[in-house]
Design a protein around this ligand. Sequence first.
Ligand SMILES: [Ca+2]
Ligand SMILES: [Ca+2]
Ligand SMILES: [Ca+2]
Length: 195
Amino acid sequence: MKLRTLFIAGLSTFAAFASADTFLVNLDVSGTESWDEIYDSDNFDFVGDVGSLFPGYTDFVMTGIGWDNVNIETVGASWLSEATFSFESFSGGDWLDVNPGVDDDNSGNATYSSGGLIDLASIDPELPLILDSDNLLYFHIYEAFDDNPDAVDAFIHSGTFTLQFEATAAPVPEPASMLALGLGAVALLRKRSKK
Ligand SMILES: [Ca+2]
Ligand SMILES: [Ca+2]
Ligand SMILES: [Ca+2]
């Protein structure tokens, strides 16, 4: 079973920097499931085009993350700590894993919140996730230990992740080159009208 659900629920621009703007993306993970070990074909995964959410921007970096009301119910002998929410650049070159129940090496049902946005660079300069030039974010859920092979290890009954991105405005054409493009279009029209 592979669930593919559009879960990017909202977005907003909330700050401006000298050279980069900051954006928020909300991911609703309600109704997803954690199945097997990393990259297992049974796992929930999704590719989100961050660039399409913020047209005109480039060089996206995930600089912060938060989660709220993430309810995890384990199955069988699986532990709450094992459900892993993983974010990667599409090529897999850069990544960030989040285990909301990291302290709970036990089975059960529990709800987790980060208590706001976490500034990744303040924890480790290596943590901010740099997207590739395609601006694609690969999101998947996997089990740090697979207790139930080819079967669900945990249900995610509710939860929202908030991702903070910084990006820079894409270069815009110089006025001179825009004029040249305009003249080219006029020339093309004339050429066609002679036929
Ligand atoms: Ca499993
Ligand atoms: Ca497990
Ligand atoms: Ca499997």
